[in-house]
Ligand binder design. Structure first.
Ligand SMILES: [Zn+2]
Length: 509
């Protein structure tokens, strides 16, 4: 029997006070499994979230017309009628209509914003706990199309997971939803239609990487393919000019302009199109992020300036821009590169962002502890940082600790399918550096999540692991994985608080 049924004894008095219910739920959480902060009044009805035997549910006691559309089963217990509703996307829509704070919103004007992403749809309660008392705006929902494909989720699912978590935790300070690394107009449109509040436009397919070090004579020919009027304007604005941004100076020569135009011209056109055709026309306020980070070489200050100036002149409202920084930002491990050079270049990028009035966005930000102090300082506490989905790794840590057998099977599968995963994600991990599973005792398994190589292997194989099925179509790991995570929900939240908390303290928060 679901434990929450015992909680109903608090409903037998005539006058039920929400505050009293909250106190009882909090005191007796392990006894009842009712989330205290989710208890709310809707007219004469009370709604609350609770842990059922196998999954969470929304409970409705009493009636209100706004709750009529909730789908669920009505049961009677101790003379009380209760509607037990699944946490479906449809039911989430009903809750979102009643409680505005459960809807994602734009973060314009907020100084520190952090993209937390949640591949499993289980991490947001822990993420909320981490930022609750800080001046940090969390973008709880943040997934790329690649992540959606690899996890078999939709943006509706992603927003719902975040919204339910926000409701469960009674978090009223607002959160965002980022359609991350979107490439096409179709993807942007779909994301806006389902309610994403931030669009990160990945311009990589419109950036000509080869032009970065092509022969200038060849580039001059390509440059002629841009309309004459546009070339004239560019030449007037940039050719043989020096620029002063904050305390930094740089020059753009005639050849520099030709090269920058060839590399970034297409990306600028693409962004301006997407912005004016879709984002500016959206009836909500949308945070637009221009991402030029998926290039082969790092973004020079002049290129950054050129791209930004062109967008601003075309009336594009940029909330954040993600340049490609020097060094390597590999998934799930610390920064690899020259920290001094990073600091120097990062400072210039920050000055340019400040000059134009948007913020710098740092991608693949999980575990980049070496650069965090620089990010906190040089941005003057005005930045967007995207974590790289390492909440998945923290979930794997919980699995390794509590279901060693499942972990061992997942680990073996991940190694077997590593080449497949490497097609989507670039990592430096070497298999030979990973200790053999048979040499490890069960209690040592979770330590694998502290070693770079095994960490990266598990990090990039999430999609294959979650989607793996046997010949009968039964999931190999997914169902078991979710069952264990359900049992250890509180521990997962604690683990995340520690993991993301370390990010925030290193950033200077
Ligand atoms: Zn990125």
């Amino acid at each position: 029997m679901s434990k929450w049924k015992d909680f109903l004894k608090h409903f037998d008095s005539k006058e039920i006070k929400v505050e009293t219910l909250k106190q009882e739920a909090e005191k007796g959480f392990s006894e009842y499994g009712v989330y205290p902060r989710s208890i709310n009044e809707v007219g004469n009805a009370i709604v609350m979230m609770a842990r059922g035997d196998e999954e969470k549910c929304l409970l409705v006691i009493g009636e209100d017309s706004r709750l009529e559309d909730l789908e669920g089963t009505i049961i009677e217990q101790d003379g009380i009628k209760i509607k037990v509703c699944p946490l479906s996307n449809e039911n989430c829509d009903v809750i979102r209509a009643i409680f505005p704070y459960t809807n994602p919103q734009s973060h314009k004007g907020k100084k520190i914003t952090i993209g937390l992403g949640d591949r499993l749809g289980l991490a947001s309660p822990g993420h909320i706990e981490t930022v609750r008392d800080l001046d940090v705006f969390p973008v709880l929902a943040q997934q790329s199309i690649r992540e959606l494909n690899l996890t078999g989720r939709t943006y509706e699912d992603v927003i719902s997971s975040a919204a339910w978590a926000v409701f469960q935790e009674g978090y009223t300070k607002g959160y965002g939803a980022d359609g991350d690394h979107l490439k096409t107009a179709e993807e942007v449109k779909m994301s806006l239609d389902v309610g994403m509040t931030m669009i990160t436009l990945d311009c990589s397919e419109h950036i000509d990487n080869a032009a970065a070090d092509a022969d200038i004579a060849d580039l001059k020919e390509k440059y002629q393919s841009f309309p004459a009027a546009e070339r004239e304007k560019w030449e007037e604005k940039y050719s043989n000019k020096s620029f002063k941004v904050g305390e930094f100076n740089f020059n753009i020569s005639e050849d520099d302009l030709v090269r920058m135009a060839c590399v970034y011209g297409g990306a600028i056109h693409h962004s301006v199109d997407i912005y004016h055709n879709l984002i500016a026309k959206c009836d909500r306020s949308i945070d637009f992020e221009m991402s030029i980070d998926e290039t082969l070489t790092s973004t020079s200050p002049a290129s950054h300036y050129f791209v930004a100036a062109e967008l601003i002149d075309a009336d594009v409202e940029i909330t954040s821009l993600a340049p490609r920084f020097c060094g390597e930002f590999q998934k799930g491990i610390d920064y690899i590169g020259d920290l001094e050079q990073f600091t120097e270049e990062f400072s210039i990028h920050c000055a340019i962002a400040e000059h134009f009035g948007y913020k710098i966005s740092v991608h693949s930000g999980s575990d980049k502890f070496k650069v965090f102090p620089v990010v906190g300082e040089k941005t003057h506490g005005n930045y967007h940082l995207k974590t790289a989905g390492t909440n998945w790794l923290e979930a794997v840590r919980v699995i390794a600790k509590h279901d060693p057998d499942l972990y061992r099977r997942m680990h073996a599968f991940a190694l077997e399918h590593l080449d497949e995963a490497r097609k989507y994600y670039h990592i430096g991990a070497k298999e030979e550096n990973i200790p053999a599973l048979n040499d490890l005792k069960d209690e040592q398994l979770s330590e694998l999540m502290d070693m770079d190589d095994s960490r990266q292997v598990m990090h990039i194989t999430y999609g294959l692991l979650l989607q793996a099925e046997d010949e009968n179509g039964k999931s190999l790991f997914r169902d078991e994985f979710y069952d264990v995570m359900y049992e250890y929900e509180a521990e997962y939240a604690e683990t995340l608080k520690k993991h993301i908390g370390r990010h925030l303290t290193t950033l200077g928060l």
